[in-house]
Design a binder for this molecule. Structure first.
Ligand code: NDP
Length: 433
C-alpha cells in the first residue's frame, strides 16, 4: 500500500489473490524464499503518456494514456485497452494484475498487461475517436509488437477503435503485423468468435457450475448487468442454451422484461444507435425501465455481472441469496466486492471470479494470435468449440485445485492458486529477471 499510494482498486485485487495463497505458500516455501510475491506485485514496465488531439471544433484536448506491462513470464504481455473517464493508474494496475492470473489459467502462452486512457468516447464523433486513437497509437506503437505486448479491446474500445489503432500502427511502422493487436475485424486479420468470446465463455462456465450442482440452465431465470460487448453476448448464449434472461442495464438504469430480453432490439438500441437502456423499454411493450434502483433486486437463479468493477456489493449479495440465486459468475472484472463474495460463498451460492469466468475473451485473443502467426483463419464452429473446451478446462482446473488445497467447490481459491502456481513456476525457471 505504501509503495502504491491511492491505487485502491489495485490494492483490492492484490488482497483478493493473496488471501487465497496461504496454503500454497505453506506447502511450497520456495515461492516466498524467492520473493515471488513481491516480484508479482511490481509491473515489469509502466508507461504513462500524453495524448493530445483536436476535437471537431478545433479545440486542443489532452488525455492521459497508460500501458502497464505487468508480467511476461508465460508469453508476450496481453490484455485490453480501456477508454473511460474513470481510468487512472490504480484501475490499469488492478486490471493488469488480474490479467496475469487469468491468462495463466487459460493454459495459453500469454503474459499479463493492460492499458487505456481517461478519454471518454461517449458522445464523440467517429472523426474525434479516430484522431484520439491515432494520437494514442503514435506513442504506444514503440512499446508493443507481436513478440512484446499485444493489446486488445475492453470497455470503450471495440472494433471501431481497434481499427483506428491498427491503421495507425501499420502506417507508422510500415508493417502489416496482424499479431500486434487482437479484436480485429474479420476482413483484416480478426478471428471468428472474438467479439462474442467473453460473453459466450462466461455462459459456458455457468453451464459447468450448474452441472457440478447437478442442474441445467434450461428454464432458469438469468439477470445480466450491463449491455455492452460482454453483456450482449452473455445474453445471446444464455438464450441459445435455454436460459430466460429477464433483465439487463447500463449506467443510466436497468430494464426488466418478463417476456425475455429481445436481443435484436437491444443490439440495435445499444450497439447500432448507441442509445440508452430506456430507449429499449420505450420500444418494447413487455419491458419496464427502472432508473433509480438496483438490478440485483430482480429475483433470479443466475446472476452475471457484466458492467464494471464493484457493481455488486454485500447488500446486493444478501438480496440475491434471499431470492434464491444459485450461481453468480463474473463477466466483468472484479464486479463483486469482497463483502459480496464472502456473503455468496458463505451461503453456498456458486461463485466464479472473473479471472476464471471471463477468460474466454483473452483465450480467443490468443487463438487470434495463433491464426495470425500461421496466416490462417478458422471457422466459427471450430473456434467456438475451442472456446468451450478451454472454458471447461478452466472450470475443472479451479475445482481440482480447490480440492487439492482442502477447499472443495471454492472457485476463488482454485482460480487464484492455479493461476499463481502456473506463472510463479515460470518466473522461477527464468531466474531473477
Ligand atoms: P462495454 O463498454 O462494451 O460495456 C460496458 C457496459 O457496462 C455498458 O453497457 C455500460 O453502460 C455498462 N456500465 C458501465 N458502468 C456501469 C454502471 N456503473 N452500472 C451499470 N452499467 C454500467 O465494455 P465490455 O462489455 O467490453 O466490458 C465490460 C466488463 O467486462 C469490464 O469490466 C471489462 O473489463 C470486462 N471484460 C471485458 C472483456 C472483453 O472481451 N470485452 C474481456 C474480459 C473482461 P453505458 O452504455 O451506460 O456506459
Amino acid at each position: 500500500v505504501a509503495r502504491n499510494p491511492g491505487e485502491v482498486e489495485f490494492h483490492q485485487a492484490v488482497r483478493e489473490v493473496f488471501d487465497s495463497l496461504g496454503p500454497v505458500l505453506a506447502k511450497h516455501p520456495h515461492y516466498a524464499e524467492a520473493e515471488v510475491i513481491a516480484r508479482l506485485c511490481e509491473p515489469e514496465r509502466q508507461i504513462i503518456f500524453r495524448v493530445p488531439w483536436t476535437d471537431d471544433a478545433g479545440r486542443v484536448r489532452i488525455n492521459r494514456g497508460f500501458r502497464v506491462e505487468f508480467n511476461s513470464a508465460l508469453g508476450p504481455f496481453k490484455g485490453g485497452l480501456r477508454f473511460h473517464p474513470s481510468v487512472y493508474l490504480g484501475v490499469v494496475k488492478f486490471l493488469g494484475f488480474e490479467q496475469i492470473f487469468k491468462n495463466a489459467l487459460t493454459g495459453l502462452p500469454i503474459g499479463g498487461g493492460k492499458g487505456g486512457s481517461d478519454f471518454d468516447p461517449k458522445g464523440r464523433s467517429d472523426a474525434e475517436v479516430m484522431r484520439f486513437c491515432q494520437s494514442f497509437m503514435t506513442e504506444l506503437y514503440r512499446h508493443i509488437g507481436e513478440y512484446t505486448d499485444v493489446p486488445a479491446g475492453d470497455t470503450g474500445v471495440g472494433g471501431r477503435e481497434i481499427g483506428y489503432l491498427f491503421g495507425q500502427y501499420k502506417r507508422i511502422t510500415n508493417r502489416y503485423e496482424s499479431g500486434v493487436l487482437t479484436g480485429k475485424g474479420l476482413a483484416w486479420g480478426g478471428s471468428q468468435v472474438r467479439t462474442e468470446a467473453t460473453g459466450y465463455g462466461v455462459v459456458f462456465f455457468v453451464l459447468e457450475m450448474l452441472a457440478a450442482k447437478g442442474e441445467a440452465l434450461d428454464g432458469k431465470r438469468v439477470v445480466v448487468s450491463g449491455s455492452g460487448n460482454v453483456a450482449v453476448h452473455a445474453i445471446e448464449k444464455a438464450q441459445q442454451l435455454g436460459g430466460r434472461v429477464i433483465a439487463c442495464s447500463d449506467s443510466s438504469g436497468y430494464v426488466v422484461d418478463d417476456a425475455g430480453i429481445d436481443l435484436e432490439l437491444l443490439k440495435d438500441v445499444k450497439g447500432g444507435r448507441r442509445g440508452r437502456i430506456a430507449d429499449y423499454a420505450r420500444e418494447r411493450g413487455s419491458a419496464r425501465v427502472v432508473t433509480a434502483g438496483n438490478i440485483w433486486d430482480v429475483p433470479t437463479d443466475v446472476a452475471i455481472p457484466c458492467a464494471t468493477q464493484n457493481e455488486l456489493n454485500g447488500t446486493d449479495a444478501e438480496r440475491l441469496i434471499a431470492n434464491g440465486c444459485r450461481v453468480v459468475a463474473e463477466g466483468a472484472n472484479m464486479p463483486c466486492t469482497p463483502e459480496a463474495i464472502r456473503a455468496l460463498t458463505g451461503a453456498g451460492v456458486g461463485f466464479a471470479p472473473g479471472k476464471a469466468a471471463n477468460a474466454g475473451g483473452v483465450a480467443t485473443s490468443a487463438l487470434e494470435m495463433q491464426q495470425n502467426a500461421s496466416r490462417d483463419s478458422w471457422t466459427f464452429d471450430h473456434t467456438e468449440r475451442r472456446l468451450s473446451v478451454i472454458m471447461r478446462s478452466i472450470h475443472d482446473t479451479c475445482l481440482t485445485t480447490a480440492d487439492e488445497y482442502g477447499r472443495p467447490g471454492d472457485y476463488v481459491v482454485g482460480a487464484n492458486i492455479a493461476g499463481f502456481t502456473h506463472v510463479a513456476d515460470a518466473m522461477l525457471a527464468l531466474g531473477v529477471v
